[in-house]
Design a protein around this ligand. Structure first.
Ligand code: HAM
Length: 426
């Protein structure tokens, strides 16, 4: 019931409230992800929710403003809510962390904001869990980074995920074979990204590329056979070296890191402008249109931000999509239900009820009590509705003998125990 004339406020488009049930899932996923990052030697950092707008336009140009939330503050500064965390982390690195020993392994978890068109799995406010490694570009460093992305998702409980690895320098060498000007390459990128290969073929023909040459480009784009790609770019020495390095990364992923579900995919293009070299994505095929759970790779931003050059790579996992994928797989999230609810027969038992409740809380046992003194019937109903695992009932007869009744809500089993022995029940 709303008061006459009162305004009913609505949540902004593309944002969400999270109920306590949803927060339980989110906290479980957050804890699991943080633990996995830490087991790989990564350390957590945090940067502000908003940055100078220029931090994001520096590499991508003014065009990106269309996709982000930007504003002028009261001091006339041009600011933006962060659409991602790689540029902020690189800004922080250049400002504060350049002297740290290398490799520097950093991870983060936080909200991002994009002026996207909202739909399932695509929000205007969403959370990313990601990381950056600075100062290491061996095949082992890339393989470990990619394996960690996969492990983070596997450890939260996902079963059905697919890892694809590519290389943008090799893709660029493939474009060079076609002798396609940069603006025409740019037109093709979104088509390749969406695997619309028929449209790629059509576009190439429209650009005047001979059909035979166009179809051999497409075959190379779709193959996972490294030798075929090597043959295609055989005149480009540096791209060939990159491809051989990629082969080594794939071998490490399969043999040393034990990842089975990995394949070479030359059609990975990545949306952001800073990538260069190795790139990878992890998908949850069951999610449909917004199936990309994770994206990352090697990139260059440090010099642009005024720092001394050092190799950089990283990835970000879509936290919200990970939860959607777990729900699709019907994952049984661990619950954070109340361990025990304390019920009192009447107000005279209130002091004892508070005392027992506080003792249990001191032992980190999740405990609540009937603050409304509603009597046994109503309190039992309430304990049931909040899924309390046990209830303690304090009644006058038992209390006289320094005892209480304890009931297991799942089995229904009930017994009288001495107050001094309560902790033994948990
Ligand atoms: P990204 O591919 O733009 O990469 O985003 C990473 C992940 O964030 C996506 O795979 C997706 O799961 C999730 N995501 C993106 N947009 C939305 C949205 N509107 N709603 C829900 N989830 C979304 C980056 O952001 C790079 N900074 C990753 C990186 C780190 N590269 C190197 N280091």
């Amino acid at each position: 019931m709303f008061l006459y004339n009162a305004t009913v406020y609505q949540i902004p488009r593309g944002t969400r409230d999270f109920t306590s049930e949803e927060m339980q899932k989110r906290k479980y996923v957050e804890n699991s992800m943080k633990t996995t990052f830490q087991t790989f030697g990564y350390r957590e950092i945090q940067t502000p929710m908003f940055e100078t707008l220029e931090l994001f336009t520096a590499k991508s140009g003014e065009g990106i403003i269309e996709e982000i939330y930007n504003f002028t503050d009261k001091g006339g500064r041009e600011l933006a809510l962060r659409p991602e965390l790689t540029a902020p982390v690189m800004r922080m690195y250049v400002e504060k962390l350049q002297m740290e020993p290398k490799p520097l392994k950093l991870f983060y978890l936080g909200s991002c904001f994009r002026y996207d068109r909202p739909q399932k799995g695509r929000y205007r406010e969403f959370t990313q869990a990601g990381c950056e490694i600075i100062g290491a570009d061996t095949p082992e460093a890339y393989a470990e980074l990619i394996a960690m992305a996969y492990t983070v998702l596997e450890n939260v409980g996902l079963k059905n995920i697919q890892l694809n690895v590519g290389n943008l320098n090799v893709l660029s060498a493939m474009f060079n074979v076609l002798k396609l000007p940069k603006d025409k390459q740019k037109y093709m990128i979104p088509l390749i990204d969406k695997s619309q290969f028929e449209d790629v073929l059509e576009a190439l023909q429209d650009f005047g590329i001979n059909p035979k040459i166009a179809s051999s480009f497409l075959e190379t784009l779709e193959t996972s056979d490294i030798n075929k790609i090597l043959e295609y770019i055989k005149n480009d020495k540096s791209a060939k070296e990159e491809l051989i390095k990629l082969e080594k990364i794939l071998e490490l992923l399969k043999k040393s890191f034990g990842i089975k579900n990995v394949q070479l995919k030359m059609s990975i293009v990545r949306g952001l402008d800073y990538y260069k070299g190795v790139v990878f994505e992890i998908e949850a095929p069951e999610l449909g249109a917004e199936k990309q759970l994770c994206g990352g790779g090697a990139y260059e931003l440090i010099e642009l931000f005024g720092g001394r050059d050092s190799p950089t790579a990283g990835f970000a996992i879509g936290f919200d999509r990970t939860i959607l994928a777990l729900e699709t797989e019907k994952y049984a999230f661990p619950t954070l239900d109340l361990d025990v609810f304390v019920i009192l027969f009447n107000e005279e038992m209130m002091n004892k009820a508070i005392e027992i409740t506080q003792e249990l809380r001191k032992q980190n046992i999740k405990t609540d009590l009937d603050l409304l003194n509603r009597g046994i019937g109503k309190s039992m109903k309430y304990a049931n509705s909040i899924n309390a695992k046990k209830v303690i009932i304090i009644g006058p007869d038992e209390l006289e003998k320094d005892s209480v009744t304890i009931k297991d809500m799942e089995s229904g089993e009930q017994k009288v125990i001495k107050i001094k022995n309560i902790l033994k029940e948990f």
